[in-house]
Design a protein around this ligand. Sequence first.
Ligand code: NAI
Ligand code: MG
Length: 502
Amino acid sequence: MPKTISEKKSEIKTNGEIHPASHASKWNYAPSPESTDHIHLEKQYGLFINNQFVKPHSNKYFDTINPATEEKIADIAEADETDVDNAVKSAKNAYEKYWKKLSSKERGKYIYRIARMIQERSRELAVIESMDGGKPIRESRDIDVPLAANHFFYYAGWADKLEYAFPNRKPEPIGVAGQIIPWNFPLLMAAWKIAPALACGNTVVLKPAETTSLTALKLAEIIRDCDLPPGVVNIITGAGKTGAVLVQHPLVNKIAFTGSTEVGKIIQKAIAGTNKKLTLELGGKSANIIFDDAPINEAVEGIINGIFFNQGHVCCAGSRLFVQESVYDEVIRKLKHRMKSLIVGNPLDKNTDIGAINSKSQLEKIHYYLDIGVKEGATIYQSTSILPTKGYFCAPTLFLETSQSHRIVQEEIFGPVLTIQTFRTVEEVIEKANNTPYGLAAGVWTDKGSKIFNLTSKMRAGVVWANTYNKFDPTSPFGGYKESGFGREGGLHGLLPYVNLR
Ligand code: NAI
Ligand code: MG
């Protein structure tokens, strides 16, 4: 009889404050918290329009909180229709008056400047990212912030070389890009969206997710300090309603959205019949496949990295594991063993592997699915990590004995939850892995190059990693099949959504 979730939760919760290295394993690290002395945060943030922070028209603000402590960090402005209109008009004005007239080489210089300033302020950005969003400092410091800078560097390089990206065609900017991003990689998603748009000569109105506005607003400071012409980048904050108004604004020529499939579909409907361009990067339920000839220890580490680091808040997280039957026992044993040493806790501690779930509602969604998994008859295994009592935390979880029809196997959970199935043949695993409404990514672990090539050509997934997982590079395109969306971001392909080709 599987244990209920509440029984499980009471087993893994203890009393006490956030304890950075609190975990019930044999590894005990001394706490190593990153300092917050060097960061500067305002108590209240306005909207960034025309290179200035302005008060919202309604004078309404909402709280942004630290999900690891549940404490408020700052007031964030809520943009209404008037504010969105001001931001879009400022972007339109900047586009017509300066940006599209500027030589591409000069455009590139501004983008390089943004990249360098992100590097200069990387420590501050990393700490704020972890405070506002809950991700471990190791992730924000080593992945999010450097990659954000690299995206600006990379697209700065393209700015004056667009005719080489599209030989025999004449690439022209589109105009104003409305960009809406989620909370799982706040600064990085802003970079993914802003950098190629600017490189191609467009101007931007960006709306970050309502739980993680701070690093986008820090990026606004950087843009102001880089002396970008006013209005080239505008950053407005607010929730879904603000996003919806931006989508519908008649002066917006292109929408780029990353977030839930549900909202992606709403946006697609909202702009049907207009000539707005659209790219959607939506959810996923990506497969990680281990063959019996794989280097098992490395594969186990890759599985852990693919689903547990960053709390499973990764659209391409390897959330469905397929293990070849003959190595099943070994893989599960090693996986459970490794999970014992995962540290769940203070995102600012450098030892932390799994930080805070981004919001209360996301934690509730994860618990909802944990209950469903148990009711569906899967066997739940949770690591014995001790969770802080304050803040939104979730123990890394395995679901064993799952089947294709289970909701936990079909639906995106967006948390540190891994479902596990077995397979015997290559054909069987390809069919099972492709049997999902999504198609964002996949991982394959094997010693055989031929198997890798066979799988990569048959997987309906935008990215297939071989003997690694969740590796990103600005030169490499990213995007989905099926309900995971369309359009590519990153690489040369990432320029295409931001140009009209003549
Ligand atoms: P969401 O899709 O509601 O939010 C993403 C962004 O869209 C936010 O900036 C939000 O303010 C904005 N938005 C919401 N409604 C909108 C509308 N009608 N028009 C325009 N913009 C709108 O995602 P949410 O609710 O934060 O998370 C729900 C689920 O979505 C997660 O549990 C996860 O499964 C999935 N998700 C997927 C992401 C991905 O990277 N593919 C990222 C975040 C969430
Ligand atoms: Mg927050």
